[in-house]
Design a protein around this ligand. Structure first.
Ligand code: HEC
Ligand code: HEC
Ligand code: HEC
Ligand code: HEC
Ligand code: HEC
Ligand code: HEC
Ligand code: HEC
Ligand code: HEC
Ligand code: HEC
Ligand code: HEC
Length: 300
């Protein structure tokens, strides 16, 4: 515990807190207990209470409480994190940031989409009841991101609901400098983290693969196999109009490289032949003059 506090640079926070509030923490909790027994108990079981000891109390998050106690309660007299809080999301998050602002994970909080759209720390984090130690799970995110939920239910999907991949493996929910708050410099760097075999380098590259995996894949889910944005041949024909294939006459010779050799093939199932779609390591095939079986054409 102490080790991780030191590692995260939170030790000064605790030390100062102890000096300023050490005397009053327990006393304050006693005052709250008269009317909020449930919350006092639940807080005592929380990750914060356990790491803080007596150095801080309710006030660290809920702000000054004198007015609240004097008034005998009320929502206006205290910082509340409830749904119907009188304080803005920003004001609520500010309470947490007094201690957490310098954390590396929160470096880009201000430029993140959540902060900018009024999502507060407490929208994702529960701080009473000992759940603190648990990182928010997919359900927390999906309660707001219903469209992502429906994508994850499609036949081909990243196994997020199955628990094999988490939203936070790919996104930093606290914000990041990239589009989509990704946990990498760009889409491809993200995908390579888990699909390193697609990184290459290949002798024969397929240029859209190097450029952006999302030229052909969707990140969350698709009704087409392998998370594809469309099935072949439509997928390929987004870019390869005029290539031999769906539109080509199998007996004709207009669009097919070597019609005699492939005349019985419609070419709809592009991947039957071009099965090294992410790039090929196969050398130039001298025997066939570099045609038919060459890695250049991603066929082997
Ligand atoms: C680390 C910050 C933090 C500390 C310390 C803290 N709370 Fe809270 N409190 C919250 C948050 C966030 C919520 C919103 C509900 C939740 O996260 O569980 C909340 C909710 C509440 C609520 C409203 C209940 C609700 O469901 O909205 C009361 C009352 C409350 N806290 C009292 C206390 C008391 C009393 C203490 C001290 C014993 C305390 N809190 C310590 C952050 C804190
Ligand atoms: C004399 C009783 C009393 C005491 C003592 C008291 N409160 Fe409250 N508190 C209330 C009442 C009443 C409300 C308003 C509840 C409502 O409107 O639903 C309230 C509301 C709150 C809320 C907002 C909950 C919400 O749903 O928005 C928080 C947070 C809170 N109190 C924290 C504290 C803390 C921390 C202390 C101790 C420093 C404390 N209270 C002491 C009676 C008290
Ligand atoms: C959109 C949801 C969301 C919001 C908003 C959010 N968090 Fe988080 N937070 C998470 C998730 C998810 C994790 C777990 C990340 C992981 O597993 O890598 C996390 C982890 C953390 C951790 C632990 C980090 C660590 O490296 O151990 C802290 C501390 C934290 N958040 C504080 C905050 C604070 C403070 C705010 C508000 C300024 C905030 N969070 C806002 C979702 C959120
Ligand atoms: C007074 C300083 C302080 C305040 C205010 C504070 N925290 Fe923390 N927080 C800490 C410390 C210290 C830890 C313990 C670090 C550790 O165990 O590694 C911690 C840990 C956490 C963790 C990590 C839990 C885990 O499982 O590793 C989260 C998430 C978190 N706080 C969120 C919040 C949120 C949300 C708020 C506001 C509602 C908040 N904190 C307010 C000091 C604070
Ligand atoms: C395998 C990695 C991965 C996982 C897991 C993942 N995402 Fe994404 N997400 C992405 C990528 C990549 C983008 C596109 C970013 C871009 O447009 O540049 C994205 C975009 C988004 C967007 C922006 C809107 C949109 O549809 O383009 C939201 C919101 C989002 N993800 C939420 C989630 C949530 C919530 C979860 C967990 C339930 C999740 N993501 C899991 C990779 C992932
Ligand atoms: C309280 C509601 C709420 C929760 C909970 C929530 N989000 Fe969001 N999220 C939003 C809003 C609002 C936006 C901004 C509007 C939009 O892009 O949909 C957003 C935007 C995003 C974006 C898009 C960023 C961009 O650059 O376009 C991603 C990615 C994202 N959220 C991921 C997550 C993840 C991961 C979680 C869970 C850890 C989560 N969200 C939890 C409300 C929420
Ligand atoms: C955190 C690890 C992780 C990241 C990052 C990641 N993936 Fe995956 N991906 C997985 C896992 C796990 C599976 C499921 C593998 C299985 O079931 O055998 C998978 C499966 C896939 C599949 C096959 C889906 C199917 O229906 O068979 C495709 C395509 C894919 N990922 C593309 C991507 C792309 C594109 C990116 C970048 C946007 C990406 N992945 C980022 C972990 C990841
Ligand atoms: C030009 C379109 C295209 C691009 C761009 C593309 N893929 Fe694919 N990907 C495919 C096709 C088509 C399949 C299905 C192959 C099959 O079914 O034989 C596939 C299958 C996959 C699979 C699952 C099967 C396997 O080979 O493991 C993963 C994982 C994958 N792609 C990851 C990526 C990653 C990561 C990137 C970016 C570096 C990327 N793809 C870029 C077209 C593409
Ligand atoms: C996003 C656009 C895009 C998509 C989608 C796409 N490609 Fe490509 N493909 C390219 C580009 C650009 C090149 C490089 C062309 C060049 O160097 O002349 C290329 C090259 C190729 C080559 C090598 C051609 C040569 O002359 O060296 C083959 C074979 C190929 N693609 C097949 C496919 C197949 C099969 C699909 C569908 C699974 C597909 N492509 C999807 C853009 C795309
Ligand atoms: C029966 C196997 C086969 C099928 C099916 C097939 N191809 Fe090809 N394709 C080849 C071979 C072999 C070459 C090398 C051409 C040569 O040697 O003349 C090639 C060459 C190409 C080229 C580069 C030359 C050119 O004609 O532009 C592209 C692009 C291409 N194919 C795309 C596709 C697309 C898109 C589909 C699906 C609509 C498809 N192929 C279906 C075997 C096939």
């Amino acid at each position: 515990m102490i080790n991780s506090i030191v590692r995260k640079g939170l030790l000064p926070v605790l030390a100062v807190g102890f000096l300023l509030l050490g005397q009053s923490a327990v006393a304050a909790e006693m005052k709250c207990k008269e009317c909020h027994e449930g919350q006092v108990t639940s807080f005592q079981g929380s990750h914060h209470a356990k790491s803080w000891g007596d150095s801080h109390s309710c006030e660290a998050c809920h702000g000054a409480t004198d007015a609240h106690i004097k008034a005998g309660g009320g929502k206006e007299t205290i910082i509340s994190f409830a749904k119907k809080s009188a304080q803005s999301a920003e004001a609520q998050s500010k309470q947490c940031l007094t201690c957490h602002a310098t954390m590396k994970a929160l470096q880009f909080w201000t430029m993140g989409k959540h902060k900018q759209n009024g999502v507060s720390c407490a929208s994702c984090h529960q701080t009473h009841g000992g759940k603190m130690a648990e990182k928010p799970k997919a359900e927390t995110c999906l309660a707001c991101h219903k469209d992502i939920k429906s994508q994850l239910n499609k036949s081909s999907h990243h196994p997020v609901i199955e628990g094999k991949v988490s939203c936070a493996d790919c996104h930093n929910p606290h914000g990041s400098p990239t589009h989509g708050m990704l946990k990498a410099d760009n889409v491809n760097q993200l995908c390579y983290k888990c699909h390193a075999d697609k990184r290459g380098p290949f002798l024969w590259e397929h240029s859209p693969v190097e450029e952006n995996c999302l030229a052909c894949h969707t990140p969350h889910g698709s009704q087409h196999a392998k998370l594809l944005t469309a099935r072949a041949p439509q997928l390929c024909e987004n870019c390869h109009s005029g290539a031999h294939g769906a539109g080509a006459n199998p007996d004709g010779n207009q669009a097919f490289g070597k019609p005699t050799r492939f005349k019985q093939v419609f070419g709809r199932a592009c991947l039957n032949c071009h099965n090294h779609i992410h790039g090929s390591m196969a050398p130039h095939d001298a025997q066939n003059n570099g045609e038919y079986t060459s890695g250049k054409y991603l066929v082997r």
